[in-house]
Design a protein. Sequence first.
Lengths: 399, 671
Amino acid sequence: MAAENKKVKYKRYFDYSLLFIVLFMLGFGLVMVYSTSSYSASLTFDGDSGYYLKRQFISVFVGLFAMIVTTFIPYQIYSKLKWPAIFGAMGSILLILTPLGFTANGARRWLRFGPLSLQPAEICKFCIIIFTAALLNQMGPKVRSKWKGFWFPMVPTGIVCLMVYILTNDFSSAFVIGIIPLLMIMISEKNNRWPPVILLVIVAVAAVMILLVSKGWIPASLSFRLGRILAWLDPEAYADGKGMQVLQSLYGIGSGGIWGKGLGKSMQKLGFLPEAQNDMIFSIICEELGIVGGLSVMMMFIFLLWRIRDITAHSRDYFGNLLVAGVFTHIAVQVILNICVVTNTVPNTGIPLPLISYGGSSVIFLLAEIGIVMNVGRHAKFVEEEVDEQEDDQTSETD
Amino acid sequence: MAVRNQSREVAIRLGVMYIAVLLAFVGLGLKLIFITKENNDEYKQRILSQQAYDSKTLAAKRGEIIDCNGTILAASKENYDVILDVKMMLDADRENGNTDASNDTIRTLAQVFGLNEADIRRYVSEVPDSQYYVVKKGISYEEMSHFTVYTNKPSEENKDNSLYNKNITGVWFDKYYVRDYPQKTLASDVIGFSRSEGQASYGLEEYYNDILTGTPGRKYGFLSDEATVEVTTIPAVDGDTLVSTIDSNVQMIVEKYLRDFAEEYKDNARPGWGANNIGCIVMRANSGDILAMAGFPNFNLSNPDDLSILYTDEEIEAMVEEGTYRDACDALWKNFCISDTYEPGSVMKPFTVAMGLETGKLTGNESYNCTGSLMVADHEIHCHNTYGDGYLSVKGAVAKSCNVALMQMSKAIGPEVFLQYQNIFNLGLKTNIDLSGEARTERLVFNSSNLGESELATASFGQGFNVTMIQMCAGYAALVNGGYYYEPHVVSKILSPGGTVVKNIEPRLVKQIVSNSTSDKIIEYCNAVVTEGTGWRAKPGGYAIGGKTGTAETLPRGNGEYVLSFICHAPADNPEIICYVVIDRPNVLVQEDAKYATILTEKILREILPYLGIPMTEELTDKDIEELSELDLSVLTGRMEFPDEAGDGQANAPDPSIDLTVTDTDSSEGN
C-alpha cells in the first residue's frame, strides 16, 4: 500500500462519540427491555420479573467483550477470510439440523451450547458482510462493474438466504441477509447497474404480489405470509388473527400521545402486544415515552449512522470502507424495517430493533460489527495536508 | 491513487445512502406523528376496553325463595364447566420433553367425567392452541371434587394424598349458578322464573329481582409500582332470601283440586281442559297474607318454554312459524289471579249492599218484590231466577242472589255513592300486591261520564266493569274482617344470605272501608248464602262458612259463556281465611251454574281448614266423616319430607281422627 512506502505519521483516531452513542443506546435498551418484559416475565418465570433483563444484560456484556476484541483486531485480516466467512455462515445454519438445534416459540432457529443459545441468522449477517467486502475488494474495479461483479457475490449470498429461509423458516432474516450485499455492491461500484435493477425488480414483484393478493387472484391461504399482506392492508379486519399484533402495536403508539404515559406505564405490554420486548419494543417506547421518545430513538440511530458514515470519510482504505458500509447497511435496513413494521407501513415480519430489542445473538454480533467499524476508524487517516501540517504538534504513533 | 479514489467514492455513496436513510426516517417520523394525532383518543379507549376484558366478574348467588315453612321454592345451585387449557397442557409436554402431562390429564378427565378419551385427543390435535376447551358442562361441586383430589397438592391437613398427580396440567373449573325450582310447577304463577343471572320474568322473581340478585364481585390484576402483578378481588355479595307467606301445603292442595277440575271436565263440551282458566286465592282475612295463589293451566318453572300443557307439538310449530309463540308463552306465564280481568258478577253484591248500609241509604230492613225482571231505562233486566223470587229481605236478596232487589238497592244508593265506594273498595286501583304483572283496571271501571241508570243497575250485581281476583279478594276480606283493608302480600320476611332478618314485612293496613257494624251485617248476609242460599254446596263438613256466588255473563251477552266464582270466608262468624275460586268458562254444556265453583271450593276448604288449624264449629254428619276419612291425606304425610327444624312435628297439623269429634255449639244459625 502506498502509505507503507512513505514514513507518514498518523493521527491517533478513536471515535468516542460513536462509543458513547452505542453505550447510551445499550443502556436505554436495557431499561426498555426491563420495562416491556417485567410483567410477562413475572408471569412466565414464577415472579422473576428480571428474567429477560438479566439475560439481556449478560448478552450485552458478552457483546461489549466481542466489540473490544474486534476493535483491536486489525480489520485487514478479514480480507483473507471470505471463504471461511461464507462457509461458516452456511455451516452455522446446517448445525440447526444437528442435535444442537433448538426450538422455541414454535420455530427451530437457535443453536444451544449449554446455557448459551445463538441464532445462526445473526452469525450469517456478520459473515455475509465480511464475505461481500472481501470479495468486492479482491475483484478490482473492472470486474466489479460487470455482471460477474454482481452474480459472483450474490450467488453464495442467495444460497445462505435460501438456507435461512428454508431451514429456519425465517423470512425477515433471509431478506436482511440478501439486501445487505446488494446494497454493498451498489455502494462499492457506481458502474455496476445490476443492483438498482434487481432492487427495482424486487419492488415490482412485491407490488404485483400485493396487488394479486389484495384482489384475491392469489388465495392468501397458500402461505401465512400472503395472509399477512391482507392483514397489513386492513388490520382491523384481521384483528383476531394476523392483524392483531400490528393493531395492538398501533394502539400502543397512538395511545402514547406526545409525551407518553410515562416510563413503565404501558398497558399494552400487559399481555396484549406479543413480543413487546422484542420486535415490538418501539411501540412500547412510543406508548411510554410518547412521540418525543420515539423520535428521540430515531435521532439516536441517525446520530449512530452518521458517526459510522463519518468513518468512511476519514478512512482511505477501500476494504475498510466496504466493511463499514456493510455494517451501516445492516443497521439502517433493520431500523427502517422494524419501524415500518410497528407502524404498519410494511406487512408484519419479525425484525428486532438493533441494540435496543431483547435478543442476545443480535446484540452480540452487532457489537462485534461496531467493533470492526471502530477498528477501521482507528486506522483512518486524516487528509494528508492536515497530517503534514500538524505532524509535529501531534502526539502520534507509527502504524 | 485508484485505490484512494475508490475509497472516497464509497464514502460519497454511503453519504448518499445516509441521506436516503434520513428521508426514510423523516417519513416514518411523520407517520408516527400522524398515527398519534389521528388516533390518540380512540386508541386510548381501545386499550382501556381491552384492560376491562382482562378482569373477571365473580357471579353473585341469587337469593332463595322459601315458603312460610322453610320449604325451598327457588334456589340457585353452583354449577361448573370443566375447562381444558390445551395450549398450557401441550406446553408442559414440550418443556418436559415427554407426553406425561397430556396423557395423564386426558386420561383422568375421561375417567372421572365418563368421557371418551379419543374425543378429547381429537380436539387436542385439531386445536392445539385452544385455551378454553369446554370438556364438560354443568357438573356439580361434588362431581368436581372427584377430579380435584388428583390436582390438590398434598397439604398440611391432607398429607397422604396418594391420588395427587403432578402431571395433570391445564384443567380448571368455571363456576356459575343455575336457578333451580325443586317444586317444579308448584306456585309457578307466584314465583316466576329467572333463567340468567340478574334477569327474571314474572312473579316474585321479577318483583324482588333487585333484592334477589345481589352484587357481582370483580377480580382484576394491575401492575404495581414494582412492576409485579397484584390481583385484587372484590367478593360478590349474594342476594337476599325471600320468605314467602305462601304455604306450599295449602298451595299443593289448591293446585291438586284445580287440576282435578280441569281433568274432570276435560273435553266435556268442547276440546280442551275443564275451563279456560281456573284461579284460586287463599288469603288470611286479618293480614292480607297470601297462603296460596294458583292458576291453571300452570307451567314447569324449570322449563318454562314447555307449552305442552296447552298445545300439541304441531300447534307449537305452527305458532313459531306465525310468530305467535311468544304471545302464547306470555299468556301461560302470566298470573291469572292478578293479571286477568273479568266481570265479577254477583260476588259484587255484598259490596253493593255494604255501600248502602255504610251510607245509610239502606237500613237492612228493606224488602223487595222480585217478579223476575225489572224495567230500567227502557231495558228489561232479568233476574237470575226468571220466575221471580217473591218478597225478599236484604239478607234474602244476597242469599238468593236476586238481581232485581240489588238493582233497586243501587237505585237508592245512586251513582255518586257508587263511584265513591268503588274507589273506597279499591276497584279500578291496584292492590299493590308484591308480585309483578298486576293488571291496571282504572279504565275498566265506571266513572261519572259512563255510569248511567242502566249501567248502575247492572253494576249492582257485578256486570259492566272489570276486576282482578286479587282486588275482589282484598276487598271481600275487608268487608268481613271489620272493615280493615289490608294490602295483600306474598313476602313476609327478607333474610340475608347468612339467615339474619334484613326486613320484616308486617301486614299493611291501608284503610278502613266500612264500619264494624256494616261488616257484621255483611257477614250475616254472606253466611245466609251458604246456609239457605246459592252457596250451600260450598260448606265443608264441620265448618260454618259464609260467602257469595258469582255467575257473570261474558261479552258479548247471550253467548252462553260465563265466569263462575265463589268467594268465601271461614269460619263463618270470625273470618280468618278468605278463599276465592274463579272458573273462567267451564267446559260444560250449560255454564250458568255456580255449583261448579262452590263444589270446588268445598273440596279445597275441606282439606285446608283442618290443615290450617281452624277449629271445627259444627258437628260432623256421618256423610262428612265418611268424606273426611276418604280424604287423600298425602299432603299431610307429604309434609314430612320438608325439613322440620322446630322438631315439634308441626303441632297444628291436624289428626283428622281427633278433630272429627270436635263439636261446637255455635251451629247453624236459623233464619
